[in-house]
Design a protein around this ligand. Sequence first.
Ligand SMILES: CC(C)(COP(=O)(O)OP(=O)(O)OC[C@H]1O[C@@H](n2cnc3c(N)ncnc32)[C@H](O)[C@@H]1OP(=O)(O)O)[C@@H](O)C(=O)NCCC(=O)NCCS
Length: 127
Amino acid sequence: MQLISTHTILTSDLGVKGNLFGGVFVTWIDLAAYNLAAEAIKDPNIVTLKISECLFLQPAKINNIVKIYGRIARVGNTSVTVEIEARKIDVIKGDEVVLCTTSVVMVLVDVYGNPKKIKKAAIKDSF
Ligand SMILES: CC(C)(COP(=O)(O)OP(=O)(O)OC[C@H]1O[C@@H](n2cnc3c(N)ncnc32)[C@H](O)[C@@H]1OP(=O)(O)O)[C@@H](O)C(=O)NCCC(=O)NCCS
């Protein structure tokens, strides 16, 4: 898996109990998957079709750093599946804990928003 993005948890990212708000976290996951998929197929015209189950088993708190890793699991005719793993880094203790693993399906679309065939020849070798 490769590192896609790093986020420091700010006050504005917290929910009512002081944990990282789930909606913010899912935004980070969605964006990370988008970035990796768009770079892999060299085309930004993709939309999110599916985010699989996200289980938030560990709280993440203010000042924790969240790192989002990913890899391209599958490139289909029109879709790209990205596996995601998010980890929190406690900079004081140096601990690294997996917060969530999931997969995201992105679909390449044309100007009308309909699925469009991915040019496999365009896929970057490194993916
Ligand atoms: C994404 C969208 C264009 C797909 O249109 P569609 O007509 O349902 O697409 P298709 O049935 O042709 O499937 C497209 C691809 O998605 C895959 N797919 C469809 N349903 C799937 C599912 N439940 N799980 C995984 N993959 C799925 C298909 O296998 C196909 O992939 P492939 O061509 O690589 O084999 C359409 O659903 C859409 O516009 N959704 C809204 C997207 C959006 O706004 N996202 C932002 C978040 S709200």
